[in-house]
Ligand binder design. Structure first.
Ligand code: HEC
Length: 135
């Protein structure tokens, strides 16, 4: 009886865990190397996500940018997992008030815009930042 219960836990645990925790784990394995655990990035090469990534979803083209930036677009994550990681990043790094009207990414939206990856990343990013400042 005891042995059976333990086997049931061992079988059930990994799937439940993977479902609930896949976004933070995928971020840790695939994104954190450049973006760091706290989202602060690397000055001069990887922009900080802190109080910044959530602002992109408020300007036209910003959602598409987050999906098509090479780190997202070219990752090995499925469209569904990429949507989840982006939602996780926006919720974790903020700004905090983004949660109120934020419509989460889903697999359908990611599939629509993911390809091809952005090639003019720098200029697109700059244009989005000035659109944010103009608001
Ligand atoms: C090899 C380093 C590297 C890895 C790994 C990486 N990124 Fe990035 N990321 C960057 C750089 C550099 C930028 C700035 C834009 C550019 O030049 O591509 C960026 C920008 C971004 C942005 C836009 C933020 C902004 O302020 O412009 C998002 C969203 C993003 N990455 C998501 C991801 C996701 C999701 C993963 C993991 C699946 C990931 N990145 C993995 C280097 C990386």
């Amino acid at each position: 009886m005891k042995r059976f219960a333990l086997a049931a836990i061992l079988i059930a645990a990994p799937t439940g865990f993977a479902h609930a925790e896949s976004a933070p784990i995928n971020y840790m394995l695939q994104c954190q190397g450049c973006h760091l655990a706290d989202g602060s990035g690397k000055p001069g090469s990887v922009p900080s996500l802190v109080d910044s990534i959530g602002r992109f979803v408020r300007v036209p083209g910003g959602r598409e940018y987050l999906v098509r930036v090479p780190g997202s677009s070219q990752s090995s994550l499925s469209d569904r997992d990429l949507a989840r990681v982006l939602n996780y990043m926006i919720r974790s790094f903020g700004p905090a008030d983004v949660a109120a009207d934020f419509r989460p990414f889903d697999a359908v939206e990611v599939t629509q815009v993911r390809r091809p990856p952005l090639s003019e990343t720098e200029s697109v990013r700059r244009a989005l930042l000035s659109a944010m400042e103009a608001r």
